[in-house]
Design a protein around this ligand. Structure first.
Ligand SMILES: [Zn+2]
Length: 545
């Protein structure tokens, strides 16, 4: 351990020398003095609870020092629903209430899915929902964000996947010295990580397959991408770029794989802390630029069981069609479900059960593991005029024969008792449906209005009003499913509908309760109850431009 630490010290010393050199070589005209500039450092997926634990355990010593002695303040923030990066960034960057019910959803009016990792989707959403407003990063840079927020330089941002980061790449390439250093440093750190992993695999060969996955994440995201982001952003600061929004993804990615409180996820926080320290040091070296540095998170994560582990491999999309959803127009084949269930939908509809066994099994396998071969997106399935999308701990059911969202009566007319039945099903927690009098939540066979949530799934929550408000906002989104299912608060514990241990999009306390660490002399409204409230604070840096 010891020699590695000292190696890191050497890195840091060379780093600070390099920083000064880059500053002396500063390109372009010197930045205007006298105005304030914005640096947002987002730690994706870090709940306030886990942050507080990490601070108490000494895993983020620099951030702790900032809060305890540096005049920075840790401000609680509830982020509304869904607890998902695109919804958060749309609200914070543009101050608009987003129609973004999840990371993957269907837009019935446009008759297509929005799936953020797919090239073009984030850009389309940003163009249509930002409504011509000025983004908080206008004229600046984003790193690892979903949207551009008006930035001219975007590196690894979903909205720029299709037109890859024109200015972003050029700028990065221009700073050859920074890039060179990223390569040298990352190569060495990668080599160390690989060496360590090999030693641990020798010690514990059974862990090796999982270990390789972690290693890939560590080397790819935690080393290369984090270094690239940190150094590129440092260069922005030296150049006096008016606004920089940086999203560190390491913790979120590792938490998805192992859970939000897993030691491997917590360990990522230490290197993030070092990156924050480096950015802060850079900002201090250019006091004339007047950078205000905010550290925030967009949501937390809930520890889940993957749905298919409960069901012996059957995915939720398949289960919903096989057990509940008889495609419109198809005749009922007769119930094969346990007796006592009222939804006697035709179970063997469509492909299922009609084809000879072996072929059917092969089709099922293709549908589950290689959906794109059948022209389908991952975790989505459509039969008849019903589309199901599994997006995380949430799944959406859309009835496509109707462009506007269907309410409870209309759903019951098609499938009597469906929401109630679903809410009693293994692996399903909350079932949300619209009614004329606002949304209702079915939970374990009982129906709750928003003002009754405290008697049901959210008993004991101090932020009950925010949960109800979040559900209200979510179900007011035209693109939220006619049925919105959450695996959270299921009888078996929290459940996710995709292959992950850490999940988010839902209303559990850890998911909703995030934070902002504010710079000295900045006062935000407290408590923050929605990312919309960040917009006017961050937009102020634009007005000064
Ligand atoms: Zn995530």
């Amino acid at each position: 351990m010891k020699p590695l630490m000292s190696l890191d010290d050497v890195f840091l010393r060379i780093q600070s020398w390099l920083d000064r050199l880059v500053r002396r070589l500063r390109l372009g005209r010197a930045p205007a003095r006298g105005r304030k500039r914005l640096l947002i450092v987002q730690i994706d997926g870090l709940s306030r609870a886990v942050l507080e634990r990490a601070l108490a355990q000494g895993r983020m010593p620099f951030l702790r020092r900032l809060i305890e002695r540096g005049g920075h303040r840790l401000v609680p923030m509830s982020v509304g629903l869904p607890t998902s990066t695109p919804a958060f960034q749309m609200a914070a960057m543009y101050g608009v209430r987003p129609d973004i019910p999840g990371f993957h959803y269907h837009d019935k009016r446009r008759r297509s899915d929005v799936y953020f990792p797919r090239a073009g989707d984030a850009a389309w959403v940003e163009e249509h929902q930002a409504a011509g407003r000025r983004g908080i990063v206008a004229g600046g840079s984003t790193y690892g964000c979903v949207f551009t927020g008006g930035a001219v330089n975007n590196l690894f941002s979903f909205a720029m996947l299709k037109r890859p980061t024109g200015a972003g790449l050029a700028q990065t390439a221009a700073s050859a010295v920074v890039l060179f250093w990223v390569i040298v440093k990352s190569t060495v750190v990668s080599a160390i990580a690989i060496g360590r992993a090999l030693l641990s695999f020798v010690a514990d060969p059974l862990e090796a397959p999982r270990g390789w996955k972690l290693l890939a994440i560590k080397v790819g995201v935690s080393v290369w991408v984090r270094e690239l982001f940190t150094l590129s952003a440092s260069r922005d600061l030296y150049n006096g770029v008016p606004a920089v929004y940086l999203n560190y993804l390491d913790y979120d990615i590792i938490s998805h794989a192992y859970g939000p409180r897993d030691r491997r996820a917590l360990r990522a926080l230490r290197s993030l802390d070092r990156s924050i320290q480096q950015l802060m040091r850079t900002a201090r070296r250019v006091p004339e630029c007047g950078y205000d540095v905010y550290v925030l998170s967009d949501h937390g994560q809930a520890h889940c069981i993957p749905f298919d582990r409960l069901t012996g491999g059957r995915r939720i999309e398949r289960m919903l069609f096989e057990d509940f959803l008889n495609p419109a127009g198809a005749h009922e084949v007769g119930p094969t479900r346990p007796q006592g269930r009222r939804v006697a939908a035709g179970i063997k509809a469509i492909r299922t059960g009609r084809a000879p066994g072996a072929i059917q099994r092969f089709m099922n396998y293709l549908e589950d593991d290689f959906p794109w071969l059948l022209g389908e997106l991952k975790e989505a399935r459509e039969q008849g005029s019903v589309r199901v999308i599994a997006a995380g701990p949430n799944a959406f059911v859309y009835f496509l024969d109707h462009t506007e969202p269907l309410d409870l009566d209309a759903i019951e007319a098609r499938f009597p008792g469906l929401p109630d039945e679903l809410s009693r099903t293994q692996g399903i927690g909350l079932v949300l449906v619209r009614t004329a009098a606002g949304p209702v939540c079915f939970w374990r066979g009982k129906r709750y209005r928003m003002e009754e949530l405290g008697e049901g799934p959210f008993a004991g929550r101090a932020d009950l009003a925010l949960v109800a408000e979040g559900i209200g906002d979510l179900m007011a989104m035209p693109s939220a499913g006619d049925l919105v299912l959450y695996g959270l608060e299921a009888a078996a514990g929290h459940v996710s509908y995709v292959a992950e241990i850490g999940a988010h999009a839902g209303p559990t306390a850890d998911e909703m309760q995030a934070f902002v660490v504010t710079p000295p002399h900045v006062t935000l409204p407290e408590p923050l109850t929605h990312p919309l409230e960040l917009y006017p604070e961050f937009a102020r840096y634009q007005e000064a431009a």
